[in-house]
Structure formats: C-alpha cells, structure tokens
Write a protein that binds this ligand. Structure first.
Ligand code: IMP
Ligand code: MG
Length: 179
C-alpha cells in the first residue's frame, strides 16, 4: 500500500478475538466501579469510536450519557506536542463522573492537555480508559485507569487507530511497517 508516496504493509499484532476479550474485561470492571452512579463518557474523536462502542455495549448501567471531543496533536507518525481543540463537548460536565476514552496514550501530551481543560469545568471525577498504552514513550506523568493493552514502541493502526487517516476500520490492530 502507498499513502503520500510512502509504501508500507500492515503486520497483524493484536487479533480481534484478543481485543474483544480484553474490552469485555474492562466493561465488567467499569460496571462495578460505577454501580448506582450516572456516568458521562467522553470519546476523543476519531480513534476512540470502535473502542468506546464495544466497551459501553457491555457496561451494565443504563444511565450513561455520551459526548465527543476532537483534538489534534499528531502529524504522520510523530507527535507535535501541540494540542488543538477541533470540536468541543456539546454538554456541561459540571458535577459529573466522567470517563475519557482514548485510542492510545503515547507521549501523553494530548490527554494531559484534555484533562487540564476538562478539570476547569468542575466535574466530580475524571478517569481515563485507553485501548492502547505505550508507556516507554511517555513525556508527561500520566496514567490511564483502564488500559486495554500495553504495547512496545511501534506505530500501530486499526480498531480506530489510523495511519494518515486510513486503516481505522480494520477489525484488528496491526503494525505499520514501511518498506
Ligand atoms: P500523544 O499525545 O503522544 O499521547 O498521542 C496521542 C495520539 O497520537 C493518539 O490519540 C493517536 O491519535 C496518536 N498516536 C500515537 N501513537 C499512535 C500509533 O501508534 N498509531 C496511530 N496513532 C497514534
Ligand atoms: Mg487520536
């Protein structure tokens, strides 16, 4: 495959079966953590969509409301460290128990900035769920409360994650290998 003049292939890394199984485990933990509570779940567009969808369908709690935010901090495979809000939340989070859902935490800069912004809006609590975590790349001290998989320092795509906006629709996660 060639995108923007760069040739690459996608090498299977985490199968759909493993992803589904792990997400189900996280759903059960979240069910327990928010028993009897209303919950606001914020998806960071666009990468979190398949993860958030699978995660919440198996959380046993009717009182979950969704909202989405779109931020941008990435160009190609390298973090710019600059975070822009492209689309803000539609609703207030004041007094609410919030879970932010991300596709991946890499340097941590994006999430750090998002949390900083959301904290000023006085939520009751903020937790973070991420499908993938690359702890070896961290530049800021930030940890997710719910982590699907810790991965090595590889550029991955699929299950919401993109390479130059492509590959998000893949049902599995693969490593993008340049040829
Ligand atoms: P951070 O600010 O460095 O933590 O980067 C977070 C964002 O970078 C994620 O939401 C992704 O959009 C993107 N990103 C980081 N690593 C990867 C990767 O391996 N594949 C695809 N996107 C990635
Ligand atoms: Mg992203």
């Amino acid at each position: 495959m060639i995108v923007n003049g760069k040739e690459f292939k996608i090498v299977p890394y985490i199968s759909k079966e493993r992803i589904d199984k792990r997400i189900l485990e996280l759903s059960k933990i979240i069910t327990n953590d928010y028993k009897g509570k209303k919950l606001k779940v914020i998806g960071i567009l666009k990468g979190s969509v398949p993860f958030m969808d699978a995660l919440l369908q198996n959380v046993d709690n009717e009182l979950i409301a969704l909202d989405y935010m779109c931020v941008s901090s990435y160009r190609g495979t390298e973090s710019t460290g600059v975070v822009r809000i492209l689309k803000d939340l539609d609703y207030s989070i004041s007094g609410e128990d919030v879970i932010i859902v991300e596709d991946i935490i890499d340097t941590g800069n994006t999430l750090n900035k998002v949390i900083e912004i959301l904290k000023t809006r006085n939520p009751k609590s903020i937790k973070v769920a991420t499908l993938l975590d690359k702890p070896s790349r961290r530049e800021v001290d930030i940890k997710a409360d719910y982590v699907g998989f810790e991965i090595e320092d590889k550029f991955v795509a699929g299950f919401g994650l993109d390479y130059e906006q492509y590959l998000r629709q893949l049902p599995y996660i693969g490593v993008v290998e340049f040829i």
